[in-house]
Structures are given as C-alpha cells and as structure tokens.
Design a protein around this ligand. Structure first.
Ligand SMILES: Nc1ncnc2c1ncn2[C@@H]1O[C@H](COP(=O)(O)OP(=O)(O)O)[C@@H](O)[C@H]1O
Ligand SMILES: [Mg+2]
Length: 246
C-alpha cells in the first residue's frame, strides 16, 4: 500500500534552484536509499519532507492525503508523520540519553509520564543502549549518540523515518553498529528513507534506490537495476567514482 507520494517537489534558495521537480512514491515498510554527490539536494529533500523547509512547489501526500502548509499548526502536524536522524546526531547536550528520547512526547503530553518513560527505555533497548540510559551525550561514542538519535526520532511514532548520512560523521569502526540498527528497523517493518554513501549497505537494505544529481532524480529503480545496470551515464560515472579508493 502506498504510504508516501512526493509530487513535483521544487525548492530554491534565492536564485539557486536546488530541487527541480522531484517525484517518487514509497510503500509502507519499504526502504528507499538516496545516493548522489554532495550538493545534489539530498539534505534539502529530507528537510522538505520533515517540514524544516517549505517546498516552493509540489505536494507531499501521506496515505493519499495532501499535507497542507498554510498555517503553522498544519506544518507542526505534518512533521509528526516523519522522523529525522541528522548527520551530526544533534542530541541535546544537557539531557541524558533517556531525556533526549522522552523530551518530545513529554512536551506534547503524548501519554502519562510513566508510560513515556517506559517507551523511552524500550526504544533505547531496541538500539542496544539499555546500559546507557542515564549517560549524557559527551559520555557516549559517536555511534552510541547516533543510536540515541535514532531512538529519539522514533519517539513520536513517525510513519517514515528519514536518515541523512547517518554514518558519515563516524569513524569507520563505528558505522557498523549504526547500520545494524537501521537494518533491524527494516526487519521490524519501519518505512525508511536513507541518504547514504554506504553503497554496499544501500544495495543490501533498500527496496528502491534513487540517484540524485543536480536537484533531479537521475535514476530510480531496484538496487539491482541502479547498481548493476544503470541506464544513465551520470549514474555510471557516479558509481565508478564511489568505488574508487580514497
Ligand atoms: N539554507 C540554504 N540556503 C542557501 N543554499 C542552500 C541552503 N541549503 C542548501 N543550499 C544549497 O543547496 C544545494 C544542495 O544542498 P544539499 O541539499 O545540502 O545537498 P546534499 O545534501 O545533496 O549535499 C547546495 O548547493 C547548497 O549550497
Ligand atoms: Mg547533505
């Protein structure tokens, strides 16, 4: 069943057109991987989906409903459909891991405090951090911080979890633990959009892959289609570059 549809999304900053008419759809439980060079508009797309930016044109539909952006109240409500995990974790440094996870549901009075706490503990358990619930961000490794950020992004039960290069700020030895958590969330049936440079991960976890170039979807297909027999010469050139050792 189609959960998300993005129609002709456009976004510019000043005279720069960043998204030039992006269209795709995603079924419930599917994982979409987005790959592409720096500057191609991947972060802007995720920020539009999370209503941190308002698109200039186009529509975002969840469960067939167009998400309206006329009032602040509509925008706040729209945000609840999506969770976002940032490249640099962005945890609140003054709060513990558990407080980071429970802050939003507490502010929104989603449930009784004890129920919110229990759910926060369950989410931290899910990302393998039961032993760190009272730790502050500075006491955690980058991989652990990112796993707290994943638990936090899930705290309001978003329908689509978005990841913006979740491992690119991590030392190589810490990427595995984060990618394992994302993989386990797919097994748990979560619908996800993952912007990533980890090609092997994208290939193995995604149902759909999009290659973005200069604000447009240059290529979209199954991992086999995009990685093994790309139609576009731009995709081929990008993938060749991505395979080159640094
Ligand atoms: N707030 C902004 N103001 C002006 N330009 C921006 C802003 N955000 C992004 N851009 C520009 O949009 C383009 C795409 O950026 P971004 O979405 O971050 O790409 P990616 O995530 O693929 O690297 C870049 O040229 C960037 O400089
Ligand atoms: Mg980016």
């Amino acid at each position: 069943m189609e959960l998300l549809r993005v129609q002709n999304l456009k976004k510019g900053f000043g005279s720069t057109d960043v998204l030039k008419g992006v269209c795709f759809s995603l079924e419930r439980g599917q994982v979409l991987a987005i790959i592409g060079s720096s500057g191609s508009g991947k972060t802007t797309l995720l920020r539009c989906l999370n209503f941190l930016e308002t698109a200039d044109e186009g529509e975002i539909l969840v469960n067939g409903q167009v998400l309206r952006t006329v009032t602040e109240a509509q925008i706040r409500k729209n945000r609840l459909h999506f969770g976002l995990v940032f490249q640099n974790f962005n945890l609140f440094p003054q709060y513990t891991a558990l407080e980071n996870v429970t802050l939003a549901p507490t502010m929104l009075k989603r449930d009784a405090p004890e129920a919110i706490r229990a759910r926060g503990l369950a989410l931290l358990d899910k990302v393998g951090l039961s032993h760190k619930v009272n730790a502050y961000p500075y006491q955690l490794s980058g991989g652990q911080q990112q796993r707290v950020a994943i638990a936090r992004a899930m705290a309001l039960d978003p329908e689509v979890l978005c990841f913006d290069e979740p491992t690119s700020a991590l030392d190589p030895e810490l990427t595995g633990e984060v990618l394992r958590v994302i993989r386990s969330l797919k097994t748990g049936g979560n619908t996800m959009i993952v912007v990533t440079h980890e090609m092997e991960f994208a290939k193995s976890v995604a149902d759909v892959v999009i290659y973005m170039s200069d604000g447009v979807i240059e290529e979209m297909g199954t991992p086999e289609e995009v990685f093994d027999c790309p139609r576009s010469h731009k995709t081929r050139a990008f993938l060749r570059g991505a395979q080159e050792p640094f």
